[in-house]
Design a protein around this ligand. Structure first.
Ligand SMILES: [Zn+2]
Length: 473
């Protein structure tokens, strides 16, 4: 015997037959889709990093281009300066040549003048000799011959007043010419020095400009190499970007395919569920038809029996009571059966799952409805499959204790065996009629060793147990 509250506890363990695969398939599909989404987001991040790097490279390239432009400007300026310096050098060289020619000319003039002075000097000496020979003062010739230089001579001669005024003037003029030429020569030589100095400076400047220009040209080469390097880096980034973009497109397509596949699977599962439901409904209708036919047959039998009994009642009135109790199987009393001859008189599609005493029947009893029958026997008594089928559940629950469900596809029935002490089959296993499923026990909400046995039309459903007596032999 067990309490009526037992079955309500098992609501949570509902097993939707055929639904298990669909659920698992859907979970797997979702995880695949999640994986694809993760991959896509990874690639998306990589792409934005690569694009950022490409932008950086563009910045570097434009920076190098600016540098190249500015260095080119500098080179242009340097080259203009160099050309200018070359021009100045040429000018200086020409000035130097001119100055040198001038100096040569002055030197020639000085030489010429010196010669003329020398001649005049000769003339003056002759005159002085003539004066001496014509009885002039002896002292005069001493004076003239004792002169140290031409200037000194002029001074001495003029001091001797014997010379004519014209001669004296010529000598003075020659003296002035001479001084002027010497001064001119000095000036021109100074000019030449200065020109040479300027030329030297220009040569230094030119060398400096040339060095600068060469430096800039080296810099230009470096910039060109840098630019090429950055451009290569950019090209490799663009290649990466292209590959990533292709990958992203492939994953997008894979995601679309996967979504379509899931939708198709769901559609098929729904179709299959509908088909199964239809099949169950048909089977149920068939079973109800059968039950109805059996009832009609039974009623007919009873009518015949009654007619017989009535006709024999006068002679055999005391024998009728014992026969009646054996055929009224739907709610048998606790004392109506024993180990040896359990007999339900049902359709007989199910065989008895265990031997024992029918301790509680199906239906209303004190405390609520009993959705199965109880077969009491000693612990360890074997429990057998009532028909061949597949184990859809082999588990322990707080209400049923050790319990086994078997679905019988041919009958479209599910049988339940509860409160077992031990189970000997597992979920998914095929079992044949009479195969041992476990042993009678007292597990779950049970009081005393017994088998609680239920029969369901189609899969197990909560409070869906029908009277097993209609199906048992
Ligand atoms: Zn029970």
């Amino acid at each position: 015997m067990k309490k009526s509250s037992v079955l309500s506890v098992t609501l949570a363990t509902t097993l939707a037959f055929g639904g298990l695969f669909t659920y698992t398939g859907k979970a797997q599909a979702n995880s695949k889709l999640n994986e694809l989404e993760q991959q896509q987001s990874d690639i998306h991040n990589k792409r934005s990093n690569v694009n950022e790097s490409i932008n950086q490279k563009d910045g570097e390239i434009s920076n190098i281009l600016n540098q190249q432009n500015s260095v080119e400007d500098e080179i242009e300026k340097l080259e203009a300066k160099m050309a200018d310096t070359d021009q100045k050098i040429k000018e200086k060289e020409k000035q130097i040549d001119d100055t040198k020619a001038e100096i040569e000319k002055l030197k020639a003039e000085i030489k010429d003048l010196k010669e003329r002075i020398e001649k005049r000097n000769e003339v003056l000496r002759d005159r002085a000799r003539n004066i001496q020979q014509n009885g002039g003062s002896v002292k005069f010739i001493d004076v003239v011959l004792g002169a140290n230089s031409f200037g000194d001579l002029v001074d001495r001669v003029s001091a001797v007043s014997t010379l004519v005024g014209a001669d004296k003037q010529i000598l003075d003029e020659q003296q002035a010419d001479m001084e002027k030429l010497e001064a001119d020569q000095k000036k021109v030589e100074e000019k030449l020095d200065s020109l040479n100095k300027m030329l030297e400076e220009l040569e230094v400047l030119k060398a400096d400009l040339k060095a600068q220009n060469e430096e800039k040209k080296v810099l230009m080469k470096e910039l060109a190499a840098q630019k090429k390097h950055v451009e290569n880096e950019k090209m490799s980034l663009e290649e990466q970007e292209r590959v990533l973009k292709e990958q992203e497109a492939i994953i997008s397509k894979a995601m679309a395919d996967e979504k379509a596949r899931i939708a198709e699977e769901e559609r098929k599962a729904k179709e299959a569920a509908e088909a199964e439901k239809r099949a169950q409904q048909e089977a149920q209708a068939k079973a109800q038809e059968q039950a109805k036919a059996q009832e009609q047959a039974k009623a007919q039998e009873q009518n015949q029996a009654q007619t017989q009994t009535q006709s024999q009642s006068q002679s055999q009135s005391e024998k009728s009571t014992s026969a009646k109790s054996q055929t009224s199987g739907s709610t048998p009393s606790t004392n109506s059966s024993n180990d040896a001859n359990l007999n339900a008189g049902g359709s007989g599609v199910l065989s008895w799952p265990a031997s024992g005493r029918l301790s509680s029947g199906y239906g209303g009893r004190s405390g609520g409805t009993h959705f199965g029958i109880d077969i009491a026997n000693a612990a360890g008594t074997p429990i057998y499959a009532a028909a061949s089928g597949v184990v859809t559940r082999s588990d322990f629950s707080s209400s049923y204790g050790n319990v086994v469900y078997v679905f019988h596809p041919q009958l479209n029935l599910t049988t339940v065996y509860a409160h077992m002490s031990a189970r000997s089959v597992s979920s998914g296993q095929n079992v044949s009629e009479g195969q041992k499923l476990g042993e009678i026990g007292n597990t779950g909400e049970s009081f005393g060793n017994h088998l609680h046995f239920e029969v369901h039309n189609g899969p197990w459903s909560y409070h869906g147990g029908v009277n097993p007596m209609g199906y048992l032999k």
